[in-house]
Ligand binder design. Structure first.
Ligand code: PEP
Ligand code: MG
Length: 569
């Protein structure tokens, strides 16, 4: 058995046998042609065949998958019919190039232009251009396309990429899962897999070399895991999971577009945790009501130097605009601890989790922090951005951040640059000190968001990576539960919104406690939106209070866990 982790592209569990789709290598000589007119005719014929074949594929896609997906292929017809793209190919042929090499050069150039774009969706169009190029060259070479229309039931497609043209004739009832070497959540492979409701995991390196035809494979498109050669026990476990998932999925569809509310109609917010602006597309697709935590460290980690103000501004603006006026809570840089950023030259520390990190680092690197705060303020003119400060332990930290923000606002006023003057600046409550001081912090903060991942670790003084003590890492510890209750009470008595963005927000066992304590906003991963909405809808305040009453009398983690399992709906 081997386990691989990739990008969860389309949820669900698929169990079946690997079918490797290997593209035939396209080798052709780079010779020059003697009669360019004949070569031009060969090219025009190939374009004609391409248009005919692709239109037929789009028709079949419209029937078998849907209108939106068929438009992807009709987009290919439009692109190849666009003289802005193909005239350059014709010019090269005129100068003596073969149709194959002319198409390769020009289409690769266009693909590179799309690939260098900032936004993910434009980047993905590079894959369309490459798909068009490969298929056109295949037509020119008389090479047949990989045909996946006649695969046997229970097939797991293993391919470098899943192109729209490959999927046109797909019989979805025969395909148990898809694994690819490339592609992200917004790639065509993922869009098509989701439209076809086939579990898919993308971007696992070298799968087309690692896996063999006929090998047993489990695709867990919900968690992004792929297991090859699972043992009997695992097959049994995944079969149960699959049954559960299939039934649950049907049930959850009822919650799309619904208000998030408790069984007695108390409305709460249900927003999402994201790592980059492009994730907002998934938030909307999964019916999230906004963003409750945008972890900005990925912007810094995916770069060789500190991202410039404009680059950050564009990223935050994009998130705000994609969410169209829905709230977007952006957390300022949470560097240090387990989040190293090489070019920041953080010194090695004996206790990095207790060291120079997050707001502590930012307040001592004011230039770096000002750049981020300025970018955030500028972006606040384009949507409902809120600023959140991580790892606060003392009230002066939030006061200092707010005073920096005020001084940047003065600068922006002088420069005539717009921003939201009433921007809300909130505190992430994730340390015991912040929990104890929550009554005081609530007077300074625009809102609270409880970071249960760190709050659990720091409250229990436990390193979850250390196997000897990881049993202590549980939010069901009475110490953590009491802390959460206190934070919510302190926030509420000052009239500020209290959210939760740690993993506990999506934990169905925690729901009665959070409903009872009166949590205002749950921030969960986009894939958990509907299940969280369902769980919240199951509890009335009165029922939740009864569970909370007994849980608060518990003295150990085991007692709490057992009770929550017993009362789970
Ligand atoms: C948390 O600590 O609960 C949290 C949401 O932040 P992170 O996991 O990024 O530390
Ligand atoms: Mg944290």
């Amino acid at each position: 058995m081997s386990k691989f982790n990739g990008i969860a592209g389309s949820e669900g569990i698929g169990i079946g046998k690997a079918v490797l789709i290997k593209e035939q290598e396209l080798n052709y000589e780079q010779k020059s042609v003697l009669k360019p007119e004949d070569e031009l005719n060969r090219f025009e014929d190939a374009v004609r065949v391409f248009v005919e074949k692709t239109t037929a594929m789009a028709d079949s896609m419209r029937e078998n998958v849907g209108e939106k997906e068929s438009e992807i292929l009709m987009g290919h017809v439009l692109m190849i019919s666009d003289s802005a793209m193909t005239d350059e190919v014709r010019n090269n042929i005129h100068d003596g190039a073969t149709s194959e090499s002319a198409a390769e050069e020009v289409f690769d150039m266009f693909a590179a232009i799309f690939e260098s774009a900032d936004d993910e969706l434009t980047k993905q169009r590079a894959a369309d251009i490459r798909d068009i190029k490969t298929r056109l060259i295949k037509i020119l070479q008389g090479v047949h396309e990989a045909d996946i229309s006649s695969l046997p039931p229970g097939s797991i497609i293993v391919a470098y990429d899943l192109t729209p043209s490959m999927t046109a004739g797909i019989k979805k009832e025969n395909i148990a899962g898809i694994v690819t070497e490339t592609g992200g959540y917004t790639s065509h492979s993922a869009i098509l897999a989701r439209a076809l409701e086939i579990p898919a995991v993308l971007s696992i390196q070298d799968v087309t070399r690692e896996f063999k035809n006929g090998q047993m494979i489990v695709v867990d498109g919900t968690s992004g895991a792929v297991v090859s050669d699972p043992d009997q026990e695992e097959v049994k476990e995944y079969t149960v999971l699959k049954k559960y998932h299939d039934e649950e999925k049907k049930e959850l569809l009822k919650f799309i577009g619904k208000q998030t509310e408790t069984a007695d109609g108390d409305k709460v917010g249900l927003v999402c945790n994201i790592g980059k602006p492009e994730d907002c597309a998934e938030v909307i697709e999964r019916d999230g009501e906004g963003v409750g935590l945008f972890r900005t460290e990925f912007l810094y980690m995916n770069s060789n130097e500190q991202p410039a103000e404009d680059e950050q501004f564009e990223a935050y603006k994009k998130a705000a605009m994609t969410m169209k006026g829905k709230p977007v809570i952006i957390r300022t840089l949470d560097v240090g601890g387990d989040k190293d950023i090489p070019y920041m030259n953080l010194k090695k520390e004996d206790n990095p989790f207790l060291g120079f990190r997050a707001v502590r680092y930012c307040l001592q690197n004011r230039e770096l922090y000002s750049t981020q705060l300025r970018a955030l303020l500028r972006a606040s003119a384009f949507g409902e951005i809120k600023i959140m400060v991580p790892l606060v332990t003392c009230v002066d930290e939030i006061r200092n951040v707010k005073s920096m923000i005020r001084s940047i606002m003065d600068d922006l006023d002088k420069e005539g640059i717009g921003y939201n003057k009433d921007i809300s600046v909130g505190v992430m409550i994730e340390t015991p000190a912040a929990a104890v001081m929550a009554d005081v912090l609530a007077k300074e903060a625009g809102f609270f968001s409880i970071g249960t991942n760190d709050l659990t670790g720091y409250t229990m003084a436990v390193d979850r990576g250390n196997a000897n003590v990881s049993y202590l890492y549980s939010a069901y510890n009475p110490a953590v539960i009491r802390s959460i209750k206190r934070i919510i009470e302190c926030g509420k008595s000052e009239g500020i919104m209290v959210g939760m963005c740690g993993e506990a927000a999506a934990d169905p066992l925690m729901a009665p406690l959070l409903v009872s304590f009166g949590l205002d906003e749950y921030s969960v991963s986009p894939t958990s939106v509907l299940s969280a909405r369902k769980v919240i809808s199951l509890w009335t305040k009165e029922e939740a209070d009864k569970v909370a009453d007994v849980v608060l009398k518990c003295t150990t983690e085991e007692e709490v866990r057992e009770l929550l399992i017993r009362y789970k709906k």
